[in-house]
Design a protein. Structure first.
Ligand code: ATP
Length: 257
């Protein structure tokens, strides 16, 4: 599903963290957000599934539509939005007391009343296959999710996110806690997942943005304490070879940030 953002400004109480962002995110493609610390990448990402507003006093101005639906429209249930727009966080966060099997199903159990065993087994297998984890865990599905390596835990969290069949996957620095081999596994997975999902990823790693994304948005801050804004949004290839903006060029060539 495509995501259309029009004049979004994002607040924490009186503090405007992000100002006037407009962009069009393509369906079944990977879009990366880059930019220096504090420019509002994560804040903006969390507005795409209404996670921002769980912080008291936090709100969004402007319009955000996903697949044509205004997700902040009157009567829209934020829980339904979050079901459609899944999220994977920086640190793998499997539920510590749950088995691998139950971790994958955690979202489904919240959403629906009862799932038959055969259906549950099939959801678990296809989500774990989708997350490239099945072969590593199929013989120990009843063991705790916490017993996996960091990279496996992150793939388990991706399996949990895709088990509810979302349309969009948001990833907030999904590799920042991982070693290079696990990072490569997640990047390969992102590449495969984009044939089924619209993926938006925040990353500090510009090489990663260049490797995994089709489009890139560069966010920046005019000065500390000022709101972040979107400087440039372009196909990744162009962004990393011939950016439109001099500040983008300075950032990607490592002159600041
Ligand atoms: N819960 C919060 N309450 C108040 N202000 C916040 C909160 N979370 C973030 N901010 C502020 O909003 C601004 C944007 O932060 P955000 O974490 O979105 O930036 P970022 O670009 O993702 O940074 P980083 O790359 O360091 O993760 C910062 O000024 C930050 O201090």
């Amino acid at each position: 599903m495509s995501i259309q953002v029009k004049d979004a400004s994002i607040f924490y109480g009186d503090f405007k963290a992000v100002e006037d962002v407009s962009m069009s995110i393509k369906p079944k493609a990977v879009t990366a957000f880059i930019g220096p610390s504090g420019c509002g990448k994560s804040t903006f990402l969390r507005t795409l599934n209404r996670m921002h507003e769980v912080i008291p006093g936090a709100y969004v101005d402007g319009k955000i539509s996903i697949g044509g639906q205004d997700i902040y429209g009157a009567g829209v249930d934020p829980v339904a939005v979050r079901r459609k727009v899944g999220m994977v966080f920086q640190r793998p966060n499997p539920f510590p007391t749950m088995s691998i099997y139950d971790n994958v199903l955690a979202g489904n159990k919240l959403n629906s009343k009862r799932i038959k065993k055969a259906e549950a087994d099939s959801i678990v297998e296809s989500a774990l296959r989708g997350a490239n984890l099945w072969n590593e865990v199929k013989d120990r599905l009843g063991k705790p999710g916490m017993g996996l390596s960091g990279g496996q835990q992150q793939r388990l969290c991706i399996a949990r996110a895709i088990a509810v069949q979302p349309e969009v996957l948001l990833m907030d620095e999904p590799c920042s806690a991982l070693d290079p081999i696990s990072t490569a596994a997640i990047e390969d997975l992102i590449h495969e997942l984009k044939s089924d999902y619209t993926i938006v990823i925040v990353t500090h790693n510009m090489q990663q943005a260049a490797r995994v994304s089709d489009d890139t948005g560069f966010f920046n801050l005019k000065a500390a304490g000022q709101p972040g804004h979107l400087v440039e949004f372009n196909p990744t290839k162009q962004m990393f070879t011939k950016p439109d903006n001099a500040d983008t060029e300075a950032y990607i060539s490592g002159r600041f940030g």
